[in-house]
Design a protein around this ligand. Structure first.
Ligand code: FO1
Length: 312
């Protein structure tokens, strides 16, 4: 059944990009808006790197490296090798074609364009048609406080230290000074269905919810607001979610994730391996949430849309 509703999905990381792809394959582009985390963003060699934005755009345009889930398929690393010749530690793997994205983005930002405008330009050039909106045009940096190395910026924690340090706390630097972009406020206002992708709640979704006014705007929408679990059988599909949940003293279960989102959601999808969790005030269901192939992504997206369609 063709859904005629405006769908807004909150995404970050590789898991978020996968669900976004599934939704983009099932919905007309004018019905889908993707709100993406920018808490991973950082300055590197003077370039503004926006990993979750680029992972999303590369995935939606079919160009993402299928093994990593980030970067461009088949990209070369001549620039990195040249840097290594200069004695640099090339811990953050920037491909040569990927470099063009960072160079152009940095140039346009320095010319005074907003990140929202820059993403629109890049998305258009890549043939990505759903609206892709950053959670903020101002920088909001996810900072990870660790036992072994103190507070680290996100990429240093995630990539340089391969998310091995013990997490003691997380903060979103700059959130208080950020403002809700008009395009995001408008997208939330017109959303008739709001989804939270199976992204890391603390690292990919919480930064989005930390933008002033964003959480309240979501709560103001009396529509289905459904999260999909990033935790299956006590493990994360990819990345540090399960490890940091333990380190933060949480039980590694879908119910913990649903509880963490609290009243932001009124629906929750867990994996069939965990069966639907019974949580008061939440509509719950269990689907196969593991997305390996594009068919998996499309199937999960359609199952979630169909389930919610039946809520009325
Ligand atoms: N993740 C890594 O684990 N190692 C890398 O060298 C790396 C480089 C990289 C370059 C561009 C880009 O857009 C993403 C990149 N990522 C890398 C992923 C990045 O760390 C993201 O923040 C994660 O996908 C989590 O969202």
């Amino acid at each position: 059944m063709a859904l005629t509703k405006q769908v807004l999905v909150l995404v970050g990381g590789v898991g978020g990009a996968k669900l976004a792809l599934g939704l983009a394959r099932q919905l007309p582009p004018e019905q889908l808006t993707i709100l993406v985390n920018t808490g991973d963003d950082f300055w590197h060699y003077g370039l503004r790197i926006c990993p979750d934005v680029d992972t999303l755009l590369y995935t939606l345009s079919g160009r993402v490296d299928p093994v990593n889930g980030w970067g461009l398929a088949g990209d070369s690393t001549i620039m990195l090798e040249a840097l290594r010749e200069y004695g640099e530690d090339t811990w953050f793997r920037l491909g040569d074609q990927d470099l063009a994205t960072h160079v152009l983005r940095t140039h346009l930002l320095r010319e005074g364009h907003t990140l929202t405008q820059v993403i629109g330009r890049l998305a258009g050039a890549m043939g990505v048609r759903p609206a892709v909106l950053p959670m903020s045009d101002a920088p909001v940096a996810t900072m990870v406080d660790t036992l072994e190395a103190g507070e680290l910026d996100f990429q240093t924690y995630f990539v340089r230290h391969r998310w091995q340090p013990t997490v003691r706390g997380i903060r979103y630097a700059g959130a208080a000074a950020a403002t809700l972009p008009a395009a995001v406020a408008a997208a939330i206002d017109r959303a008739e269905l709001i989804l939270i992708a199976p992204s890391n709640p603390w690292l990919s979704i919480a930064p989005i919810l930390a933008v002033p006014g964003l959480r309240a705007a979501l709560l103001g929408r009396a529509v289905p607001r459904v999260a999909i679990t990033p935790i299956v059988q006590g493990r994360a599909i990819k990345g540090p979610a399960a490890k940091m949940m333990q380190e933060l003293g949480y039980s590694v279960t879908p119910a913990t994730v649903a509880g963490y989102y609290g009243d932001v959601i009124n629906g929750f999808v867990s994996d069939v391996q965990d069966a639907a969790c019974r949580l008061q005030g939440l509509r719950t269901i269990a689907f196969d949430t593991i997305m390996k192939t594009d068919m998996d992504k499309m199937r999960l997206a359609q199952q979630v849309l169909d389930w919610i369609e039946g809520w009325a």
